[in-house]
Design a protein around this ligand. Structure first.
Ligand code: ATP
Ligand code: MG
Length: 578
């Protein structure tokens, strides 16, 4: 490819809405162009990268025994009603109507469609196990599309679905996919951690995410991990052992009584006023889960993990209640306490969920829905309403200990590039997707599903590989392997040597760009760094002595070599791509 002909427009500045490196650089280097919020054009350079990621994914999925198909992007409402998700999927599901007023949606994922295919085709146990996958654009009307390709509304995904007759079969395929994923991300030049995660709207019982660990803002997930054993989990699923804490207040409160606690709206104010550690306060928080209030009770030094609370409440949507909603709830129950003084008392008819650690608390402090008052020396069972529902709703924090081995947990940020789920019969059962066993008995299929964000993976590679000058693509997914830069295109010898190397590399199957633009060398070098070619060969003044400059983008290393050696190095490097 001649640079003068390449359909690319680099920008002088980063786009103003770009917050993270991959968005900034991909936009500035001309890889992507925004069409509308969360929807991007993949320009020729980007498309080459995406096709390479897809190729790696295809090769590894095929090698793992999966078969590729392609399902429609538009899906009928009826299928989603069968699975029960039409109601629960929420606003991320982009719904539309056709000319006959039939309701449809743009596929955010394809469990329903694949299950309907299987139901028609897989009639006997003899047809399993089978794993089917596709690579396709998905649409999710994300609340906050941001970070360019990392969280788009339209994005490219590889989604795979496995069908088995037994849990053991599913376990085996799950392991098989985990190994394939490891190879895929390795080949894309990405170091990933496989972490336990919440199963979310897709459902099922067990799931893991593949995280690219990053210290940039792009890491939307907190990952807790242990250095001593293999424990690692997304914060929405992580559990921990707690450090020692004072959880019995008998040294502070001789009796159970209501005390004045004026103006103690915050936990800090309350613990300071009563001169007690916050571990002796039972905090009551009001959430709205699927439009209904839920009260979460938790030791006041700890925070609630909203996904865990939502799951415990059996909901699909959660947010903290606004002060207006809290006031409304108070009024409804005949109280008028300000936030800070809320408690479970008198709230018996709404869902109350307490964190498991609350069981250990004794002689504690709790709000009683009266402003400027608290109950001290309170105990479960006698002083507050009976709690039926205990669950782990706690956010793990730095300083907590590993639930497996007891050593300290560490936390880091991660970008989720892939996700594997054991679905079991979550879709096959409601959709009545069954097969006949050896004895002619029907059973629902045991399913798994396995996703990889193709476009997110490419963007994550930029997050993982860049410097202040631009992208440093891993060779395996770079749009081109090498750029040849003649410093002065009017210099005959420089041009002749550059063109000769270009022809030889092309002939050897190397993806090479010749920067034949009539631009200053500085401009060409800047563009080369920004676009992120893994190698650069410069034909400058030294060609007169028989040398060119060979630069490795990743390390910045520069060597003076003969044109023959430069060509040889590149051909070897390309031949060694995994
Ligand atoms: P997230 O928690 O980041 O929203 P998810 O759990 O909703 O992800 P899945 O439904 O498991 O994601 O989708 C499979 C893969 O698709 C993810 O691992 C991710 O790589 C990719 N993906 C999901 N949502 C987006 C998006 N909005 N933009 C780009 N890629 C996405
Ligand atoms: Mg999502």
């Amino acid at each position: 490819m001649k640079m003068s002909k390449m359909f690319v427009q680099t920008l002088r500045e980063f786009p103003s809405d770009a917050e993270v490196v991959s968005h900034k650089m991909l936009a500035r280097a001309g890889y992507i162009r925004k069409l509308t919020s969360g929807v991007y054009n993949y320009m020729p350079l980007m498309w080459r990268v995406l096709k390479k990621v897809e190729k790696i994914v295809r090769e590894e999925m095929d090698k793992a025994g999966a078969q590729e198909l392609l399902m429609p992007f538009v899906q009928p409402k009826e299928l989603w009603e069968e699975s029960g998700r039409w109601e629960v999927y929420g606003k991320e599901l982009m719904r539309l109507r056709d000319r006959h007023d039939r309701e449809m949606c743009l596929g955010p994922t394809h469990e329903e469609v694949i299950t309907s295919i299987a139901r028609d085709v897989i009639k006997s146990y003899k047809q399993m196990p089978v794993n089917l996958y596709q690579i396709q654009s998905k649409f999710r009307d994300e609340v906050r599309p941001r970070y360019g390709l990392l969280r788009g509304r339209e994005f490219i995904m590889k989604d795979a679905y496995s069908f088995d007759t037994s849990e053991e079969g599913l376990d085996k395929e799950y392991q098989n996919m985990a190994e394939a994923y490891k190879r895929i991300f390795d080949r894309c030049g990405l170091d990933t951690k496989m972490v336990q995660s919440d199963s979310g709207a897709i459902g099922g019982s067990v799931s893991h995410e593949f995280m690219v660990i990053t210290d940039t803002d792009a890491g939307e997930n907190d990952v807790f991990y242990c250095n001593n054993c293999d424990y690692s989990a997304n914060s929405n699923h992580a559990v921990s052992n707690l450090p020692e804490a004072v959880v019995d207040g008998k040294a502070y409160f001789a009796e159970t009584k209501i005390v004045d606690t004026p103006k103690t709206h915050s936990i800090e104010e309350l613990s300071e006023f009563l001169n007690i550690p916050s571990t002796l306060i039972l905090k009551s928080l009001v959430y709205i889960v699927d439009k209904k209030p839920v009260i979460a009770l938790i030791r006041a030094d700890r925070a609630v993990e909203e996904t865990k609370l939502m799951n415990a409440a059996g909901g699909n949507d959660i947010r903290i209640a606004s002060s207006a909603e809290i006031a409304e709830l108070m009024a409804e129950k005949g109280f008028n306490a300000e936030p800070g003084f809320i408690g479970p008392k008198g709230m018996e008819d709404i869902t109350i969920i307490a964190d498991e650690t609350v069981k250990e608390m004794k002689n504690f402090v709790v709000g009683i829905n009266e402003t400027d008052k608290h109950l001290v020396g309170a105990n479960l069972g006698k002083d507050i309403p009976h709690i039926e529902h205990f669950a782990d709703i706690r956010l793990v924090e730095r300083g907590d200990f590993c639930p497996q081995c007891g050593k300290p947990l560490f936390v880091t940020k991660g970008i989720e590039v892939g996700n594997i789920f054991k679905l079991g019969t979550k879709y096959s059962k409601p959709m009545n997707a069954v097969y006949l066993d050896e004895n002619g008995k029907t059973h629902p299929y045991i399913m798994g599903c396995y996703g990889i964000g193709i476009s997110r993976t490419a963007a994550a590679a930029v997050e993982a590989h860049h410097d202040e000058h631009g992208i440093k693509w891993p060779l395996s997914i770079a749009p081109y392997h090498v750029v040849i830069v003649p410093v002065n295109i009017k210099d005959e010898l420089q041009m002749q040597i550059a063109t000769k190397m270009y022809d030889e590399l092309l002939k050897a199957g190397v993806e090479v760009v010749l920067d034949d633009r009539d631009e200053r060398a500085g401009v060409k070098f800047k563009d080369a760094d920004l676009i992120g070619f893994p190698y650069r060969i410069t034909a400058g003044k030294t060609v007169n002595e028989g040398f060119v400059e060979y630069k490795i983008r990743e390390t910045g290393e520069i060597e003076k070599v003969t044109p023959q050696d430069a060509v040889k190095h590149i051909i070897e490097a390309v031949a060694n791509i995994k």
